[in-house]
Design a protein around this ligand. Structure first.
Ligand code: NAG
Ligand code: NAG
Ligand code: NAG
Ligand code: NAG
Ligand code: NAG
Ligand code: NAG
Ligand code: NAG
Ligand code: NAG
Ligand code: NAG
Length: 863
């Protein structure tokens, strides 16, 4: 038990033990002679004949699903894959889950269009457009629809599908180009739909309400308008701005961008947003944040819009918010959910929608972290046969020591329990009913064939060309062909505990799941050949803009809709007034500003309601500089798709993941408590251990690093000032050191306790020499707080992760001593912290290493 942790209420976590289960094969079948597999077809060879076969099989599945929709579901929104009847809007009840999405507007038709285009099926593409024209003729368009629907869902599925199809139809370089036979009808339908949705933004705040009646906004039931989530509020900038580019009418961009910027101005001091607010009065509904449902496409569309529209202000927001995620939410294998105000962990689960994030990281150039984050989703596939809607990385254990809270947020005791538990996970499990244990591990037990895992797998394959990812696709294809294929379409899993299927085929299965799978196998798809910035929308509709279109917009666009001009002016005036009120309030308070919250993250109760002025309405966007530090592949992907192609191809003949990645089986051990196979899947084994695949693609050097036995802690600092960091690759020492000029803002450092005989997080077995040359002296001359149990001389500390960036085992963090002193002084001078002295806890030894209660952190230097 380490007292420092209690003392400062650090946000910390112990790194649970991890182990080795890889059964690496002895035979050396590594690099295959290419002549043996170019002309032959056999499973796992992934030669082009085999890939072509899988590509065609995927197209057959798509055709099967689409035919069934057209024969049975059409003209309603979906077809039910098991009962073979249309799935319709609920015309009698206000059934939000159904009616938010199904507007009685032949939804599957719109959402399938671009998959036909991606598959180069011009005949189908033309047929579907003809059906759309028939149902929605130019003179009436969507006029007959008297449905109240969700603005976000309608935007991404209908407007997105139409805009992307319009791009395909009008781009002479595309195989489905329609030339003069196309009359821009898809674009004018998209515009018609956007005009019906745009009044959702005519609120007092300029933020959109969640739902709107397509015929008459005033008919929208006001009960449905109180809450809206951040993803839904911010995302329309992508489709609507593209619509502006294509119609030259700026109003779609201006109105949605205003809402986007306004939400961003509501971010907390951690640069994080809540997930859900009331668009009428900005009241925050929930303090939880993360990367999953309700906030996912905020991150996605910030980066994607920055790229598609060449918008550096959006790119800065992406950098800032992605950094905040890395500092506060990153927990090795996934991003956790935290309180957006104080950074405290608030849930023990992650949701399936977050599986898209590795794909987004690839777009940003963070391939190694994306690799890592995608693997946990593969493990779900291995254990649960799909991706549970919500998985608990820690089981919810209802024992008495945990009164009142389902999830024990007291990290101290929690981790100690875990340590005990981890030493002997089998014993722990054997005391519980297995089904109960499974149920404790999954709090939402369905899997509606969502696309996010295959999407990220596709992006990772394009970036790495590792056959490992092809095999994930192969596994998914097999299960689509067998388990998930119903009589009239594809059915996901209703209940992961029993394997019971779901009588629903959501449109994203045709729009996304099958499209990404197809693209994974289609090495030569036209989308992979071009040098344009092709961006997939959150519904997998490909979007791009030519220089000509961009320039035309710059020259000829207009904003002359007086209704929206007046409304935006009204909102902006109101903002100025509110900002003044805020300023006056601030000035009248005797505050040492809120940045001076504490050196360490204190245990704020995460249920605490923030006062008005903590909302930071209209906070200025502060320009600041970032450099990423995580890995060499870390080049922002902004230029064009060819970046993927330029990635190393050296892995073509073996799987890097099987051969050199030494943490492939770590989650199996680390989360053995909540990765549990239901009975009906007990013969279903992870492919990464399937003999033919393993022997074929690992080059026999595969290894897993040894089980970590050291303990780790996280220190969370909050010094006054903005965040600034840069890394320098030191070629002499051949290692990447991190130089932090100023140690300001929110910073998180994970430190590891190194002692002889332990195995470090890098898998090193630590010898006695780890303590050699260690200098336990102190030159800071401040009496130390001696309530620590740290026993000088028996171990040292080492930093392993800084702000979510994993340090190389030989990397150091170099801090500027003067800057630290400045931060410390500024901090200590704040009224509430008079009695706090940084150097009572931290010191400096004569090697210039930072010490923590007398123990040197051997790779943090103050110079
Ligand atoms: C097979 O390998 C040889 C060299 O070993 C190379 O010249 C040839 O282009 C390769 N063929 C294919 C299809 O990759
Ligand atoms: C509509 O909702 C009601 C109440 O939830 C339900 O009983 C009914 O089956 C639903 N109808 C359809 C067509 O979904
Ligand atoms: C729903 O759509 C169908 C098919 O287009 C149509 O016949 C029906 O009138 C629509 N129902 C309502 C309530 O709009
Ligand atoms: C639209 O639907 C509402 C019920 O949702 C109904 O009261 C109204 O009469 C309908 N309007 C038209 C023009 O069909
Ligand atoms: C993107 O913006 C930068 C400067 O903001 C400009 O130099 C560049 O030409 C733009 N690219 C395109 C394709 O418009
Ligand atoms: C707005 O400007 C466009 C282009 O100049 C013009 O075609 C359109 O009629 C104008 N609309 C209004 C409402 O003035
Ligand atoms: C630096 O490391 C790389 C591999 O990471 C190695 O190829 C290179 O030779 C090393 N350079 C020096 C100077 O040690
Ligand atoms: C450290 O311990 C000594 C006695 O061992 C005690 O007098 C002193 O107050 C302690 N210092 C702090 C800061 O707790
Ligand atoms: C770290 O440095 C030690 C010696 O200084 C060297 O033996 C070891 O190989 C290095 N590790 C890495 C990963 O570079």
């Amino acid at each position: 038990m380490l007292c420092i942790l209690l003392l400062f209420s650090l946000l910390w976590c112990s790194i649970l033990n991890v182990g080795v289960v890889a059964n690496s094969k002895d035979d050396d079948n590594g690099d295959l002679d290419n002549t043996t597999n170019t002309n032959k077809f056999y499973t796992y060879s992934f030669n082009r004949y085999e890939l072509d076969q899988y590509r065609l099989e995927t197209k057959e599945l798509f055709d099967f699903a689409l035919d069934n929709y057209l024969n049975i579901g059409y003209p309603f929104d979906e077809v039910k894959p098991l009962s073979c009847v249309p799935k319709t809007r609920n015309f009698t009840h206000n059934d939000l889950i159904t009616n938010d999405v199904l507007g009685n507007f032949t939804l599957t038709l719109f959402d399938s269009l671009t998959t036909c285009a991606v598959m180069n099926d011009k005949k189908r593409f033309v047929e579907l457009i003809a059906l759309i024209t028939l149902n929605y003729p130019q003179d009436t368009k969507f006029n007959h629809l008297n449905s109240t629907v969700q603005v976000f869902e309608t935007t991404i599925r209908i407007i997105g599908g139409l805009l992307s199809s319009h791009l395909y139809a009008t781009d002479p370089t595309k195989k489905v180009y329609l030339a003069d036979s196309y009359d821009n009808s898809l674009l004018s339908l998209a515009q018609d739909m956007a005009d019906r949705l745009l009044p959702a933004y005519l609120t007092d705040t300029g933020l959109p309400v969640a739902r709107i009646n397509l015929q008459d906004p005033s008919k929208t039931n006001p009960d449905l308008l109180q809450e809206n989530n951040i993803a839904a509020i911010m995302s329309p900038i992508f489709e609507f701005t593209l619509l502006s580019y294509l119609t030259l009418d700026q109003k779609y961009e201006k109105v949605t961008r205003y809402a986007y910027d306004k939400i961003w101005s509501l971010r907390s001091q951690l640069d994080l947003l809540p997930m859900s607010i009331n668009p009428n009065d900005l009241k925050t509904y929930s303090f939880i944040t993360g990367i999953g449902a309700s906030i996912d496409s905020f991150y996605e569309y910030t980066l994607k819009s920055a790229i598609l529209f060449n918008d550096s202000s959006l790119y800065k927001i992406w950098l800032k918010s992605y950094n905040a995620l890395k500092i506060f939410c990153k927990n090795d294998w996934f991003f956790v959910n935290i309180n957006y105000i104080n950074g405290q962990l608030v849930s023990n689960w992650i949701d399936s929608l977050s599986a898209f994030f590795p794909g987004l990281q690839v777009l940003n150039g963070d391939i190694s972290d994306a690799t890592f984050k995608n693997l946990i989703n593969l493990k779900f596939w291995d254990y649960f046969g799909g991706i549970p809607e919500r998985w608990n990385f820690q089981r919810i254990i209802n024992d008495n020591s945990n009164k009142g809270s389902k999830f024990n947020t007291n990290q101290n005791t929690n981790t100690n329990n875990n340590n005990d538990k981890q030493t002997n996970p089998q014993n722990f499990a054997s005391n519980l009913d297995k089904l109960q244990q499974l149920k404790d591990s999954i709090s939402l037990e369905w899997y509606p064939l969502r696309p996010e895992f295959i999407e990220s797998t596709y992006f990772l394959y394009r970036a790495t060309k590792d056959p490992f990812y092809l095999n994930i696709g192969y596994q998914i294809l097999q299960r689509l062909k067998t388990i998930f294929k119903g009589e009239c379409g594809f059915a996901g899993i209703q209940n992961i505990f029993t394997g019971q299927l779901q009588d629903r085929m959501e449109t994203f299965i045709l729009s996304e799941t099958l499209k990404y799978l197809y693209l994974l196998f289609d090495e030569h798809n036209e989308l992979h050949q071009l040098s344009d910035n092709i961006i997939f929308s959150t519904e997998a509709h490909p979007m791009w803009l030519s220089y000509k279109q961009i320039n035309n917009y710059k020259k000829n666009s207009f904003f002359n809709d007086s209704n929206f001009i007046q409304h935006l002016n009204y909102c902006k005036l109101k903002d100025e007034k509110d900002a003044k009120i805020q300023r006056d309030k601030k000035n009248s308070q005797n505050t040492h500003n809120n940045f001076l919250k504490g050196l360490f993250n204190r245990n704020h109760d995460y249920k605490e309601i923030p006062s008005q002025n903590e909302n930071h309405f209209n906070k200025q966007l502060i320009e600041s500089q970032y450099c990423f530090v995580s890995d060499n592949n870390n080049k922002p992907f902004i230029q064009n798709n060819n970046y993927y192609e330029k990635q190393s191809r050296s892995s073509l003949l073996h799987s890097n993941l099987l051969s050199t990645f030494n943490r492939l089986f770590e989650p199996d051990i680390r989360y053995s408590d909540t990765l549990i196979k239901p009975d009906y899947l007990k013969d279903y084994s992870p492919f990464e251990l399937a003999e033919p695949f393993y022997t074929q693609w690992s080059n026999s050097n595969g290894f897993s690093k040894a089980m970590q036995t050291t303990e780790s802690y996280e220190l969370l600092f909050n010094f006054p000032g903005e965040y600034y960091i840069h890394s320098v690759h030191n070629t002499n020492l051949n290692m990447t050191d991190l130089y932090c000029g100023d140690f300001t803002g929110h910073r998180k450092i994970r430190i590891e306790k190194l002692a002889p005989g332990k195995i470090s997080s890098y898998g090193e077995i630590l010898g006695d020499d780890i303590l050699d040359n260690t200098n336990y002296d102190d030159i800071s001359n401040v009496e130390k707080d001696n309530s620590s149990n740290f026993e000088s001389g028996s171990f040292v500390l080492r930093a392993t992760i800084l702000d979510g960036n994993i340090l190389g085992s030989n990397s150091s963090i170099i801090l500027n001593k003067d800057a630290i002193m400045k931060s410390v002084t500024a901090y200590s001078e704040s009224a509430s912290q008079k009695d706090f002295n940084f150097f009572k806890i931290f010191g400096l030894n004569s090697d210039n290493q930072l010490t923590l209660q007398g123990i040197p952190i051997i790779n943090i230097f103050l110079v």
